[in-house]
Structure formats: structure tokens, C-alpha cells
Design a protein around this ligand. Sequence first.
Ligand SMILES: Nc1nc2c(c(=O)[nH]1)N[C@H]1C(S)=C(S)[C@@H](COP(=O)(O)O)O[C@H]1N2
Ligand SMILES: [Mo]
Length: 438
Amino acid sequence: MTPSTPSTPRTPSSPRTPTASAGTLGEAAYDRLRLRQWLTGEARAAGVARRDVLRLAGVAATVPVLGGAPHAHAAPGTAPGIVKPLPDDVFTVRGTNAETRFEALAATGRLTPASHFFVRNHTTTPRLDAGTWRLTVWGDGLTGGAREFTLADLKRLPSASRTAFVECAGNGRSLFTTQQGRQVSGTAWTLGAVGQAHWRGVRLADVLSRAGLARHAVDVMPRGLDDDYITADGTNLGRVRRPLPLAKALDDVLLAYEMNGEPLPPDHGHPVRVVVPSWIGVSSVKWVGDIEVSTTPLYSPWNTDFYRLFGPGHPPQGSVPLTRQTLKSAFELPWNARLAAGTRHRLTGRSWSGGGAVDRVEVSTDGGGTWRRARLHDVPRRGSWVRWSADWHPRAPGPAVLLARATDTTGRTQPATTAHNTQGYLFDAVVRHPVTVE
Ligand SMILES: Nc1nc2c(c(=O)[nH]1)N[C@H]1C(S)=C(S)[C@@H](COP(=O)(O)O)O[C@H]1N2
Ligand SMILES: [Mo]
């Protein structure tokens, strides 16, 4: 899908071209318009040479899963570049990232406290001063030139809040290897690159409308203020940024300044981050400093070389850029947990979907032979996870495999396997969780 021609004559603007700002065009129609522009070569790279983008497509497929820190060695309970403490019973440190131990979520409610929320940093958490921070909105998709907003400006706009999970597209990636025997590249997450918070801020739609959104704008691209991201082979990809179709940007996206009722903590985007409900985590740009608004589709490495599906069965340039998260379930138990025989256990876990609300969850305690309904403990909502439980009374000691399988309101059920992709995105297969009864 990546255009190879840098530019072709632009379709003249027509006053009849519908725009989402006029409230007349849905997400699907917008995506069609954007796709048409992509295909006619009207997309524009922002800040990275085209040859680097192409070269990276090859690199991405050959870097093996990183099991631990690729370079730095941090003190116990810390990770390079992460500010908050990372106690060993709550987090597994993976390079510049910290994965939440799913069993540690058993002590938390529907909302994940910042103390337990996973961190995915391409580089280092920047220390930004909320008092001097500015958001610049700019680009040819504005009617009247660039606009700056202070945090106080944002707080004067009507506030909006919502509960939403943020999940890395690579969450569950290591299961491609451990459960399906395939190599993939990227951070070797198990299932804990997900957390759910109550986010409060302003609607991105309100900020764009204050900035003067042109009728022909199609993409917006938020960019973080953290350091440039330099790949393992030394290519500087610039600052983390990923285009968002305007239809999504105007729908339910927030510029959040609070997480669970507190100012955003440094590691999660202080003072302001983007929150894109149901979409892959990289869309939710932290430490946002500027947002480009464009009348032509934009691309960056994060929607071309990364965050598409690559490999056999996918187009050479990868699938379309990934948008929604997939469907997953996890037990709040350590891997290889030991459980006493002859007593009743309450197994607990969570299921979530980027496609819709969770409709039902089934659990198997005999390796997938028989299934029963789990009890749901939350009202299922779009963009939120559901906590569940199922009782189990194992009689005989020995190894056992626990499975949980969710179905969402779109009718999708977690499959037995996930089709392979080289970067290990969107693992959605039912996870076989080993335990020992003793
Ligand atoms: N500026 C910036 N934004 C970012 C990232 C980053 O490294 N820099 N990582 C992204 C990725 S890949 C994910 S999964 C989420 C993680 O959010 P969290 O660290 O608050 O859990 O942030 C996204 N936003
Ligand atoms: Mo991510």
C-alpha cells in the first residue's frame, strides 16, 4: 500500500467533498477517501527518508525477539529511562519497557493503578514541565495557520473522560514462539502489556475545531516530545509519531491530562497524552508536543514498517496499517502456578477486545476438553476489559493446562491459533496456561 511515486497531480478540491468536520461522513467513508489518496500516491512521509523506510522493512523481519535488556543494565526494581519504581512482584523489565505481571492485577480493580500500569518506551521518559509545555497544532489541514495551546488552555475547554484500556499491539507476542513455535521480532511480552485507566482530558475533536479544521483534512499526526528513536542498526527514525485518520480523531480520541483522577505520571505521558480507545497502543502517543493536520494521508515508520502484518500470506509492503486491538483473555495467575489438590480454587482473569464489548468467557481446566461459562464481574463495555471468575476443584495432583476463551459482541471468538506475522502483532489465540496441582 505504500506509494512509490512521491507525488501525482492532486485531485482538485471540490466543495462537494464531504468531510467528517461537517459531520456527514462516517469512519468507513473517510477511510475509503484516505485509501484512494494512498493508492494515487498522495501520501507524504514526515521526517524520515523514503530509503530508510524501505530499508527498515527488511531489518524489522530479521531482529529476533529480545528476551531481556538489549543494552543497558538497570538496578533491580528499575528500568533504563523509566521513572517509577518497578517492584519485581509487579513488573518484568524488558529492555526500556516494563510488563505488568498478570497475577499482580488480581490485587487491583477495574482500573489499573499507575503503580501497576505497564510501560512501553521507545527511548526514555522525558521530564516535562507542565507550566511551560505547549501543544502546537499545525499543517495544511488548518484554515488559519498553526495554533498553540497551553495546559491551562486545554483545561478551559469542556473536559471529557472515559475508561479505556491501552494495550501494545505486540502484547502476547512471545506466545507466537512458546505456543506456536514461530520466530517473531520485537519485545517478548507475555500478556501484561495492557492496562486500563480512567482518562480525563479534552476531546481531540474540540482542540482541532478550536484550531480551525479545514474541510479537506484527512489525517492528523500527533508526535511525542521524547528523544528520537534510533533503531538497532543506527537509523534515526525521529520522534515517535503515527498518523490517525481524521474520522477516528474526531470520534472518541482524548488528549488526556489525568489518569485515574491524578495528573498523568511521567512514564505515562505527563503532562498530556493521546488516548485512542480500542486501537493499538502506539496510537496513544505520550508526551504529545505537536499534531500535524493534513489534507493528504501521512506516513511515518509507525504505520509503514511497523504496525502492519508482514510475512507469507501478507502483501510485500505489509497489511493495511493496524488499527483496532484484537481479542484476548488472561488468568491472574503466575505461569506454572502451584495449586493445592482437593480444595476449591477461584480462578480469576480478564478478557478484552478492541472490536466490541466482551460478550462471554468460557474456561477449561482440562486442557481444552470441556468448557464452562465464567462468571462476569463487570458490565461489558466497548474499550474496556471484563473481570471474570470460575471455580475449580482439582482432585488429583499433576500438571494441568488452563484455558480461557472470550467472544465479543461482534461475534468473534478467540481462535486456537493466530496466523503468523513476522513482528508478532495481534496475538489472539486461546492461551494454554500451565499449572501444577500438588
Ligand atoms: N511519545 C511516545 N508515545 C508512545 C510511546 C513512546 O515510546 N513514545 N510508546 C507507544 C506504545 S508502543 C505503547 S504500547 C503505549 C504504551 O503506553 P504506556 O507506556 O502508558 O503503557 O504508548 C505509546 N505511545
Ligand atoms: Mo506498543
